[in-house]
Design a binder for this molecule. Structure first.
Ligand code: FAD
Length: 487
């Protein structure tokens, strides 16, 4: 079959590899000049920055793509396991390291959160159990396919539904399980991994902690963008064709099937279309979508404000991933999802890839990716919000490090919900499509197919099973299983 993949984000790249491997002729149409979508990079003034994802979990899903294509070890994506998942800084001066080594972790917990040591052990075990129970159903299969409901993982899960903790919020469960408010805040933060609020998202999502803290946090030795680059190279090697700088303007539908795509150069007939485009953008711009009204009503996930700062010195006190917590998390999420604004004291995420990839910054310097969660775009006065956030962030970092950070910035670029929407066509600049701020939103994302249109498929972070690198690859696997091998 001749298949058009629209978009070269992680979901699009993985789909192209899997489908070409099945013997189809795949062409990827990408409006930008390079692959990767939200996984991008910037080179400026001797610094390199990953612009999007920074945390790499479940790397075996990337390995699997290379294995499937019979690539030898030396040809695969090289990555390392981090020894410290994240260094946390609290307003009261506490510092806490979430080490991967269990012994180191538990002595760190005894040092900082002695009263909750047993509860943390219990939580990590529980997160693993919930993940093992629910992942085969919610993450790695076509949740919307009725025939799946008769399979063993579904039946197994049905008998243990009570373990999934659907009816409490993440925060509700954390506040019950831990006594120290700082630890509650730490575990609440996992809601932001899919752009949601811990005060509304179901406690099932506390299993996210399992990925980072049990399975492990990893980092590609050439930086995050090398994930997209290596998948692009792998796709080329399999024979996938790429048309860059080519925006798809319409997915052409003929009754119960799609028949082609329209770009500036005309109509190309195809046998199937795999869309890696945010499904809200598809519904509004590319296709007469029967669910458009519903899709437009579902709450968007959060977005982000990111400052890429070239820093002219290094800070041994910081690690690769650092979190500077706010003093009032509830207030922060009220601003994000209710006021659609930013609080004056945001939690700041500080990611420094040059700690692992020295070439990412000049000698003795560091590349800082400084991010705060932001609401998705709904017409806010972004220039004002960005200027205020910049001041608040600088003030917070200055206070924590005791240094005037503004004077160390030698080069700067800024990303906002507006630039994310412009660069990736992610509606409203949302990072993860829809939020998971309710039971239904968390488990009923847009399916990977559309009833009534037989040869149109959806992959990527805005559809089932969700956002983030591993889930985008999972969506590609689901779609590839739906499309039969070429004869
Ligand atoms: P996208 O990346 O959304 O790409 C879609 C592609 O389609 C784009 O290249 C776009 O140009 C193209 N396109 C759109 N419309 C058209 C059209 N009409 N014609 C042609 N081309 C089109 N995930 C993690 O796992 N860990 C993290 O730490 C993490 N942090 C993140 C931080 C930020 C700032 C962001 C933005 C995202 C983060 N994510 C993280 C999420 C992760 O990056 C995304 O879930 C994932 O990369 C999305 O991939 P996708 O397949 O949905 O495609």
């Amino acid at each position: 079959m001749k298949i058009a993949v629209v978009g070269s984000g992680i979901g699009g790249l993985a789909s192209a590899i899997l489908l070409q491997r099945k013997g189809h002729q795949v062409t990827v149409y990408e409006k930008n000049s390079c692959p990767g979508g939200k996984m991008g990079q910037i080179n400026m003034d001797g610094y390199r920055f990953d612009t999007g994802p920074s945390l790499f979990t479940l790397p075996e899903l990337v390995d699997e793509l290379f294995e499937l294509c019979n690539e030898q070890e030396a040809e695969r994506l090289p990555y390392v396991r981090l020894s410290n998942n994240c260094r946390y800084f609290y307003p009261d001066g506490t510092e806490f390291n979430f080490y991967q080594d269990r012994e180191a972790l538990y002595s760190e917990i005894e040092r900082v959160f002695p009263h909750d040591a047993a509860a943390v052990r219990k939580r990590l075990l529980h997160a693993e159990e919930v993940y093992n129970l629910s992942a085969p159903v919610f993450l790695f299969s076509a949740f919307h396919k009725l025939s799946n409901y008769l399979t063993e993982p579904y039946r197994h899960m049905v008998f243990k539904l009570h373990k999934l903790d659907f009816f409490r919020t993440m925060h509700g469960a954390n506040a019950k399980d831990f006594t120290d408010p700082r630890l509650i805040q730490l575990f609440d933060r996992y809601a932001t991994y899919n752009g949601s609020s811990p005060f509304r998202a179901p406690a099932t999502l506390n299993m996210i902690a399992h990925l980072e803290n049990n399975k492990g946090a990893f980092f590609p030795v050439k930086g995050m963008y090398s994930i997209a680059n290596s998948l692009y190279d792998l796709a080329l090697k399999q024979g996938v064709k790429f048309e860059f700088n080519t925006r798809v303007e319409e997915i052409i539908r003929n009754g119960a099937a799609v028949s082609g795509i329209r770009t500036a150069s005309g109509i190309t007939s195809v046998d199937a279309v795999v869309s890696d485009v945010d499904v809200r953008s598809v519904a509004n711009h590319l296709l007469k979508h029967p669910l458009k009204r519903i899709i437009n009503k579902i709450e968007r996930s959060s977005s982000a404000l990111i400052f890429y700062w070239g820093i002219n010195r290094s800070f041994p006190r910081l690690d690769v991933h650092n979190i500077l917590f706010s003093s009032d998390y509830r207030e922060e999420f009220r601003h994000l999802f209710k006021e659609k604004s930013l609080s004056a004291d945001p939690t700041v995420y500080l990611f420094i890839s040059s700690k692992i990839v020295p070439d990412d910054a000049p000698a003795g310097c560091e590349n800082w990716f400084v991010m705060v969660n932001a609401p998705s775009d709904c017409g806010q006065a972004w220039d004002k919000l960005i200027a205020e956030a910049r001041e608040n962030i600088l003030h917070k970092i200055d206070k924590m490090l005791g240094v005037d950070i503004g004077s160390c910035i030698v080069t700067e670029r800024i990303a906002s919900p507006l630039t994310i929407a412009r660069d990736t066509f992610s509606a409203n600049g949302a990072l993860y499509g829809t939020s998971s701020n309710s039971l239904l939103a968390a488990f009923l994302r847009h399916p990977n197919t559309l009833p009534g249109i037989k040869n149109l498929y959806f992959v990527g972070g805005s559809v089932h099973p969700g956002g983030g690198i591993p889930l985008c690859i999972a969506s590609a696997k689901i779609v590839s299983n739906e499309i039969p091998d070429a004869l």
